[in-house]
Design a binder for this molecule. Structure first.
Ligand code: AKG
Length: 272
């Protein structure tokens, strides 16, 4: 069953026809010091989790769309072990279709990657349970398998949306709901480049190893949030490795039960 799901997901990704019109201006933002990239953690707040008495440092990078960065959520040692596990898997060259003004950038994603079932490998499993214990707003069991991406020099992931088009992904969206949230775990950072940019809202995130960035892709009324356009900026030196969970809407009803209005979620469980 899982095998069939993985094959299906690979087909979706490789042949996704979500053509996104974007222009070079979006790439220009990669080099800019925007919110999230100041290196000063200006919006950092710190609290002690009531359940585990752990110190949790978080930064709310945007309220609409909701984007939150959890600092050091995954221990560096665990991240390093997960990298070794990822390297032992066969990472294939992945592509997503798309469109740019410059033909040579139109491959849209230059990265190696693979899917991995949440708890199939011990360190990824540990990371999965760790995230689940700390991010109580989301039931991660509704997520698609891990998507591990490794970007070498000049690798990138061009601007795209994570939500699915309900017309072209009818079966998946009807059975599991759309991809309400993205959970991105940073396992290795590039020496230069490789920030995660949200060009429409001027946010450029430079997470550290072990940081987890979470954002919401859809609005409470179920509509896609077009402000969530995002990209992994080109790597200038080194290798960046990230692992993503795309979390589906069905199953989140008890953790994120209310919407403050059509456009705004009640997000308190992200910090409780
Ligand atoms: O690697 C990144 O910075 C972005 C990853 C991403 O865009 C995604 O997983 O949807």
């Amino acid at each position: 069953m899982y095998r069939i799901l993985l094959i299906f997901l690979n087909i979706c990704l490789v042949y996704s026809d979500e053509v996104i019109e974007f222009n070079e201006k979006m790439w220009e933002k990669c080099g800019k010091e925007l919110r999230g990239d100041s290196g000063k953690d200006v919006n950092l707040v710190c609290f002690r989790s009531s359940e585990y008495l752990l110190i949790q440092k978080i930064e709310i990078l945007s309220l609409r769309p909701f984007i939150i960065q959890y600092h050091n959520m995954v221990h560096r040692r665990l991240a390093k072990r997960a990298v070794l596990e990822a390297e032992a898997l066969q990472l294939e060259q992945l592509r997503i279709s798309g469109k740019t003004e410059t033909p040579e950038k139109s491959q849209v994603r230059a990265a190696n990657g693979t899917w991995l079932i949440h708890t199939k490998r011990p360190n990824f499993a540990r990371m999965f349970w760790n995230l689940q214990a700390n991010i109580r707003a989301l039931d991660l069991s509704t997520a698609e398998p891990w998507q591990i991406l490794s970007y070498n020099s000049e690798g990138y992931y061009a601007p795209h949306y994570d939500f699915l088009n309900p017309e072209t992904n009818k079966v998946l969206v009807e059975s599991r709901g759309n991809r309400i949230a993205t959970v991105l775990v940073i396992l290795q950072i590039a020496k230069k480049g490789g920030t995660t940019v949200f060009p429409k809202i001027n946010i450029n995130i430079r997470p550290k190893i072990g940081d987890v960035v979470v954002w919401l892709n859809t609005l409470p009324d179920g509509e896609s949030d077009s402000q969530t356009l995002h990209a992994a900026c080109p790597i200038k030196e080194g290798t960046k490795i990230g692992a993503t969970l795309w979390v589906h809407a069905k199953g989140q009803e008890f953790s994120m039960p209310c919407a403050l209005d059509d456009q705004t979620y009640d997000t308190k469980h992200f910090f409780a």
